[in-house]
Write a new protein. Sequence first.
Length: 227
Amino acid sequence: MNEARASVLQTAGLARHFVQGGERIDVLRGVDLSVGAGEIVALLGPSGSGKSTLLQAVGLLEGGFEGSIRIAGAEAAKLDAHGRTVVRRDSLGFVYQFHHLLPDFNATENVVLPQMVKGVDRGEADARARDLLTQLGLGHRLTHRPSQLSGGEQQRVAVARALANRPALVLADEPTGNLDEHTADLVLAEFLRLVREEGSAALVATHNERLAAKMDRVVRLHEGVLA
């Protein structure tokens, strides 16, 4: 099978620089990366290595990048603003270090909302949300708001929300970075299990070697270049 068709994410020559105080700072310097369907890849690197910038690029969250980004067969450079929004909605899921749940909505509603934005029927969206949350051990917390949940529970809801629309690719930026080691291990194990069961691919940014070793493959980012 052709590599581009086998990959849900493919970048070629991806670069990003900023100018600060009259000085050019190269954050990404020609990143070539491929993530296959169903593959979970750890993006390992210290703080400041460009991990978050790379995830913002492939998540189509901001412009100013050079090179090619192809997601689920769509070339980002050929998409207008609406096209990028559709790709983010239909093909991508996001998990951040902080959960970013909507405080006025309960756990189920936080997972229902992205599905309704996509046009999924409310009843179907509700059933999907309840199923995902139950699989993550939150069947007894479905009607609790984020402020009523522990840090680990909040991140589990964020994982369910990321997977709600059955994305081809989940992008996770230090998804357990705000949790203690024991809770982080539990949440990561549940995240990896559910991503695999759902058949999604994932690119997970972390600086933790131990957590990275639990994934299918590790790529290392150092000074804007993949090792």
